[in-house]
Design a protein around this ligand. Sequence first.
Ligand code: GTP
Ligand code: MG
Length: 201
Amino acid sequence: MKTIEFIGSFPEYRICPKDNKPEFAFIGRSNVGKSSLINMLTERKSLARVSKTPGKTQHLNFYLIDKEWYLVDLPGYGYAQTSKKLRRAFEIMIHQYLERRLTLQCTFVLIDIRIPPQAIDIDFINWLGANGIPFSIVFTKADKNNEKTNLENIEIFKAEMLKTWEALPAFFITSSETRQGKDELTDYIQGIKQQFIDYHS
Ligand code: GTP
Ligand code: MG
């Protein structure tokens, strides 16, 4: 990623950029390591704010990468500290964006590799599936466990998904500390992005 421009923070999908570029969104529960992952991928120290207080991202944040594609930082879901009304408003904003944004190529759902499958993550994944929204799973904080534990936890997560899914999506194991998974994730995005560009040119 050579150039990265912050384009804007949009409260609604309707006012997001309309220049028909391929787009990739990042989402996950608060504190899962979303900002850290975005900084790791873009090799910027503080593009997205890494925070001790969760729930900072409240809009659809657009970054234009290499003048070719958008990286979209979405608010974390299920943040308990906000009011019910605000949570609902976030949910509507996110759901509408994911359902209606035609240039969205893939949504990366971030999952903390250390913890057992959470209902809120599984529900969100199932909602994506029910609505035909393409997604991949990105496990975060891989450096905090040994590899054996990580692989075991991933198997547990896959088993949970296989209760409702016939086929599993792409999985990535990442760490913002060690940069594990950076090349795999970048290659994956570049591949889909290039297909989009070739198809539309
Ligand atoms: P919100 O925007 O507040 O919802 O959180 P977020 O999902 O953007 O998480 P953020 O990147 O701010 O990281 C939350 C905490 O986890 C911070 O203290 C990070 O330093 C830590 N963290 C994130 N990724 C990693 C990782 O890969 N390894 C380790 N060891 N810590 C991480
Ligand atoms: Mg964040």
